[in-house]
Write a protein that binds this ligand. Structure first.
Ligand code: SF4
Length: 195
């Protein structure tokens, strides 16, 4: 029985990678990027404990093409995240991971599960979020320093989905409103406080 410390799950989202995806935000990140967009997910306490089996059962009920792992920092939860990714792969699904670590840092990291999770990843968006360099050009990428790595031929940077505007989703479930994704630049003016 493997428990994951999870902050949030969006079971069917188009705002966190190509196609429809089952997105999991982990609770806990050791990094401290100034301007972090998910500060409530930094402490390793909180969130909820979820068994991998239960998450896989939930995933299997969805009509999605892949999972997206976000945070928090997925690689700070690598053993459980890798187990979940392997189970998703076994269902024929793709794996996308957002990490605050660079690929070079991850490849040098011998902590349990890190290499396994990397080996199961189709797309990695790497590097710390840099609020001084917001990226309005690339879809699903927070800042210009971050690199999108395509590790398998399942996706490619030429895919049409990368050229569309960003997506912001609002979800109301049991009276709780959640927001995920990135707003299209053209939409920012609707909610940003005027200068
Ligand atoms: S890696 Fe992500 S969650 Fe962690 S501090 Fe940076 S932006 Fe926040």
């Amino acid at each position: 029985m493997t428990m994951l410390r999870v902050a949030h799950v969006a079971p069917d989202t188009e705002a966190e990678g190509p196609g429809r995806r089952f997105a999991v935000w982990f609770q806990g990140c050791p990094l401290r990027c100034p301007g972090c967009c998910n500060p409530e997910m930094l402490p390793f306490e909180g969130g909820r404990g979820v068994e991998v089996d239960d998450l896989v059962n939930q995933l299997a009920r969805e009509s999605v093409e892949g999972i997206s792992l976000l945070g928090g920092e997925p690689f700070a939860h690598a053993p459980g995240a890798a187990e979940f990714a392997a189970r998703a792969r076994a269902l024929g699904l793709s794996v996308m991971v957002y990490s605050g670590y660079t690929l070079a840092e991850l490849r040098a990291d011998s902590s349990p599960g890190v290499g396994e999770l990397l080996a199961l990843t189709d797309i990695l968006v790497d590097g710390p979020y840099d609020r001084s360099r917001p990226d309005s050009r690339r879809r699903w990428v927070g800042s210009e320093n971050q690199v999108v790595h395509f590790f398998t031929d399942r996706y490619s940077p030429g895919d049409e989905c990368w050229k569309r505007p960003n997506t912001l989703e609002l979800r109301l479930v049991d009276g709780t409103l959640s927001v995920n994704g990135f707003p299209a630049p053209a939409a920012v003016g609707f909610w940003r406080k005027p200068a």
